[in-house]
Design a protein around this ligand. Structure first.
Ligand code: C2E
Ligand code: MG
Ligand code: MG
Ligand code: MG
Length: 284
């Protein structure tokens, strides 16, 4: 199932979106009702410590199952939701659901939530997070907010204030998709990040392309110099992971360690239980 959620879906819709503006309008309309109609669900992807291989937490990723179109990629519908402000309602739902879920885990694993520009610039965002933490009982130190540089540049002063207030609540901030923005280096200095996530496009083929390897090495050096842990996104092969291990990358995330899946797939990590498969059940 997770396999069908990959790039094929994205390309398919990307092509469609290019063809019809009207289609975009329709999606935008449907998005407004998607949460209320129960069409949204969440999947979780493990984040691991490169040294030990241990799962340290999960990133929550949103999925939309459209009644006629099937699964629509977040790469397609998040930008539409952002333009129409529907992202505020959807983002609030994601936060509440994911924090409630993480608070139920038997282990204090971290939860990373993606947050978009519209949310960061909303005057209610800090209050919402405060309320959700209180209501779910999730320890603030377990929550990490992932922001991209583009989410911060619209109104950098306001964004900085918000990020400082979020840190005041006790949560952590990760810079997502590092390397794909416009001014990564000055942003690293201006905003109070706790982690750098190297974009998957750099991680892929890091073992076979010398230029890519040099870029990833220098980001790791940058993280060391700034005292920020670095997580490599999109790790798909053992060779990529070996490279990251050799270069002392802190953390990793990618299909190799686990595809984004319903949280039940990871119950051995969240609850310390061993999943009983069909064969074991029959033997018992
Ligand atoms: P992101 O936050 O950078 O998330 C990482 C993306 O890489 C996810 O795509 C994930 O499924 C994919 N991925 C993970 N491991 C691998 C791998 O080994 N290989 C490859 N090829 N891809 C991998 P996804 O789930 O389609 O999400 C795309 C983007 O949509 C996310 O990028 C994030 O920016 C946005 N997004 C997803 N959920 C939310 C949400 O709840 N709120 C907001 N605001 N944005 C979201
Ligand atoms: Mg992310
Ligand atoms: Mg990313
Ligand atoms: Mg991204």
């Amino acid at each position: 199932r997770a396999k069908s959620e990959g790039r094929g879906t994205y390309r398919f819709f990307e092509a469609r979106m290019g063809m019809e503006v009207r289609d975009r309008r329709l999606l935008e309309h449907d998005l407004r009702h998607a949460v209320a109609r129960g069409e949204m669900h969440l999947v979780y992807q493990p984040q691991t410590d490169v040294g030990s291989g241990a799962v340290t937490g999960f990133e929550v990723l949103l999925r939309w199952k459209h009644p006629e179109r099937g699964l629509v990629s977040p790469a397609v519908f998040i930008p539409i939701a952002e333009e129409s402000d529907a992202i505020l309602q959807i983002g609030e739902w994601v936060l509440r659901e994911a924090c409630r879920e993480a608070a139920s885990w038997h282990k204090p694993l971290s939860l990373a939530v993606n947050v978009s520009a519209v949310q960061i610039h909303s005057p209610h965002f800090v209050g919402l997070l405060h309320e959700v933490l209180l209501q779910t009982g999730l320890a603030p130190g377990r929550l990490e907010v992932e922001v991209t540089e583009t989410a911060l540049i619209r109104d950098p002063n306001r964004a900085l204030l918000t990020l400082r207030q979020l840190k005041g609540l006790g949560l952590r901030i990760a810079m997502d998709d590092f390397g794909t923005g416009y001014s990564s280096l000055s942003n690293l200095r201006s905003f109070p990040f706790d982690k750098i996530k190297i974009d998957g496009s750099f991680v892929r083929a890091v073992d076979s392309n010398e230029q890519t390897a040099a870029i990833v090495r220098s980001v790791l050096g940058l993280g060391r110099g700034l005292g920020l842990p670095v997580l490599a996104e999109g790790v798909e092969t053992e060779a990529e992971l070996s490279f990251l291990t050799a270069e002392h990358c802190h953390a990793a995330q990618g299909y190799l360690m686990g595809r984004p899946s319903p949280i039940e797939a990871f119950s051995q990590h969240t609850h310390g239980e061993v999943a009983i498969d069909e064969a074991t059940r029959k033997r018992a």
